[in-house]
Design a protein around this ligand. Sequence first.
Ligand code: ADP
Ligand code: MG
Length: 728
Amino acid sequence: MSVLRFKALDEALSRKPVDAQPRAGAISDFFGENVFNRKAMHNSLPENVYRQVVEAMEQGTKIDREIADNVASAMKAWAVTKGATHYTHWFQPLTGLTAEKHESFFDLKNGGTPIEKFEGDQLVQQEPDASSFPSGGIRNTFEARGYTAWDPTSPAFVIGRALCIPTIFVAYTGEALDYKTPLLKALNAVDKAAVGICKYFDKDISKVTATLGWEQEYFLIDSALYHARPDLALTGRTLFGQSSSKGQQLEDHYFGSIPERTMAFMRDFETEALKLGIPVKTRHNEVAPNQFECAPVFEDANLAVDHNQLLMDLMGKVAARHNFKVLLHEKPFAGINGSGKHCNWSLKTNTGINLLSPGRTPRKTLMFLTFFINTIKAVCDYSDLLRASIASAGNDHRLGANEAPPAIISVFIGSYLTEMLEEIEKRVQKKKMTEDEKAELKLDIGKIPMILLDNTDRNRTSPFAFTGDKFEFRALGASANCASAMIVLNTIVAKQLKNFEKEVDELTAGRMKRDEAIFKTLQKYIIESKKIRFDGNNYSEEWLKEAVKRGLSNIQSTPEALGAFVTEKNKKLYSEMEVMSEVELQARYEIEMSNYKLKLEIESRMISDLAINQVIPAAVNYQNSLIANASGLAELLTDKNKNLYEAQLKILEKISSHISAVLESIELMNEASQKANSLIGSNAKSTAYCHKVKPLFEKIRVHVDQLELLVDNSLWPLPKYRELLFSR
Ligand code: ADP
Ligand code: MG
């Protein structure tokens, strides 16, 4: 009956670490060797071509066909030396995964001579049949064409035998069907808006780039055990499972020594990542057993997003060599921590200044405060969009569930900066500052850099925390594409900076001195965005109550959260910032709504399959042996030992009642799914799955998990939590 479980366990327990194949020598010797980076380009392109490409990368200028031909030819020659036989446009459709369609360099010339061919046309644009990618109603299947177009700001790379070219993916009619297109637009918007503000402080600043350093959490499970759990394999999470007697209570996994098999895997995937130019730097055990984290050095946001997508893909591939499966689901196991992805974000100028780092002079510090306060104001005004950007079926299990940041968006800045803002708020309230007061204020501001880093105590419960020289958005799910949050964050900050510029300019037009106008406007924002600031424990009951009082929203479910994408206010924001049109936003909303519904639908079918085909048969089997045992005992029955089989009967009864409860709830769940499916529109369907179908998952699970406790261990078909989490 439970052959697979025990076979899998035997297999998992008998594994030896696979030899890691890390590269010898210093990392800097092989870092980026599989990337057609600037160095590779410089080596293989004529100087004038190289310069034009670099200009296109930095300034966003157009690359003409002749240059593209040159680049394509150099790229192909380079890729062939790395063993590539094929090329592919590599893009990020709204499935959340990456997509590629390989074409061979190989071609036949007239007359049948075999050649290797790759020209500008193929580099710049491809036309993959896009009919099976989500489009949210933008295209009909009969108009299946989509275009991919080269993004020169993210360098091409070779994986295996394929040259991968990062591209955007748009519909025939021009609408974005991917994450990269709106991301590039949002980054452009924040660049323009921030440069406008930097001019107040430093005329040399002509470009501002958003930077992103992500931290990726994941679980690592033996592949044999994984395959013995169809729920893990099909839905990414365990739908049943009694918690292990030992879980994370002892907190003995966090930062503990990394097991040997795991270490071999890490060394291998890090080597592969480094060769691809992903600057991975940190690795450690996470809180839950078999949970780990990996983080790189931060990079320009567009590149960092590509690298995170690439890394998630790479981890899976390398894990296979080590007989592991990587779980990126936000909540693979009930009762222990899930996995998130932190996004550390800042803004950097072409002159090398981190705009969120308090400077050494009062002037720089005023610039810091400007960007710092505007970011807080943006988060306050558009917290609904930030919440929507992290919404997914998987993340619903984390947000607000007392582990990850709650579903209430708030900002942590630490006590020192809080006092600082309060000070500014009080001082500038006076109509006119005396010269002494101005000097004093400048002095105070000048003090920030010395004290600041020591004072940003790390509040781990805040979803959006200032950590000394960057903000850390901590509420993303582990499997999310960082672009989803980066599009929102950069767009809302861009919008806020534009508002700021307008207000300051209005005041200076009224003959107010510029610094005073800046102060006055910042002061207004400090007051207006006060409600979003919270330094206390975000997991506490008091905060839930306090947040309600402050009028902050606490949105628990994905369908509700996604609504923010299509409000009038937010549609206006996106089109004003030229990031997404109404049609594109609506499409995204439809896609995410329907994704949510489909995921829940798959889970509900899996629950029903597993319960009926595996769990109940095991329970019945055990009942049969109890019945045989009880009737055997009955034959021995005498007046003296009448109660001989009462215990067995009790277990039989319990099992029967759990079986009926499971079956009853499954019937209700199936009815509810059918009803949900018959509704019209993705909103109605998703909402019904969320509120009518999903609650039954828990009901069924309770009884299945009780059966796991009652049924003979040797009959239980599914690997148990203790086996999944502690077999190494
Ligand atoms: P933790 O949050 O675990 O304490 P660290 O503070 O060490 O981690 O850093 C977290 C991440 O912040 C790293 O990935 C790092 O690259 C990133 N980071 C540091 N500075 C910046 C910056 N200016 N912009 C974006 N990310 C940054
Ligand atoms: Mg972090």
